[in-house]
Design a protein around this ligand. Structure first.
Ligand SMILES: [Zn+2]
Ligand SMILES: [Zn+2]
Length: 154
């Protein structure tokens, strides 16, 4: 493992047992709709930032890994279960799931893959009735919620 000298982006799992840092921006950010990514993320699609191993380091803890196919592994936090990555066996890069970054707004996808499994409703979500969390829960309920997730910084 090499030390990251200049950190440009950080992130981690929801419990904070696993944290990571990047020393360069991702090479590519993409969405994958394939059936394997749906199962691995527990979500309708997954979103990945592709990073050279040389520009990436786990800064706290080590994730567990599931060999999801003959060509790939998927890292996750063994404590809280947060899905963290997709990486090819012996590949030069790791793809980190963008929802785990402290600033997910900085990871903007430019491609989508696995569209043979893309769920038909995905393209229409911008048109669904929308509420903020505050509008949905109301101020009293929101102010009473205590988060057990790690904050969005080291
Ligand atoms: Zn965790
Ligand atoms: Zn996929």
């Amino acid at each position: 493992m090499t030390a990251v000298t200049k950190t440009v982006l950080t992130g981690g799992c929801q419990c904070g047992a696993i944290r990571f840092a990047l020393s360069a921006p991702p090479k590519k950010v993409s969405i994958c709709h394939c059936r394997m990514c749906q199962k691995a993320s527990g979500a309708p699609f997954a979103s990945f930032a592709d990073i050279d191993h040389a520009d990436f380091v786990w800064t706290r803890g080590q994730p567990a890994a599931f060999h999801s196919s003959s060509i790939a592994l998927r890292d996750f936090c063994a404590v809280c279960g947060t899905p963290l990555s997709f990486r090819r066996v012996d590949g030069a890069s790791i793809e980190i799931m963008t929802g785990t970054f402290d600033r997910p707004d900085r990871l903007v996808p430019t491609r989508q893959y696995g569209t043979e499994s893309r769920l038909g409703w995905v393209v229409g979500i911008a048109n669904l009735p929308s509420q903020t969390t505050l509008q949905n829960y109301g101020p009293d309920k929101v102010s009473g919620i205590v988060s057990h997730q790690h904050p969005d910084h080291d």
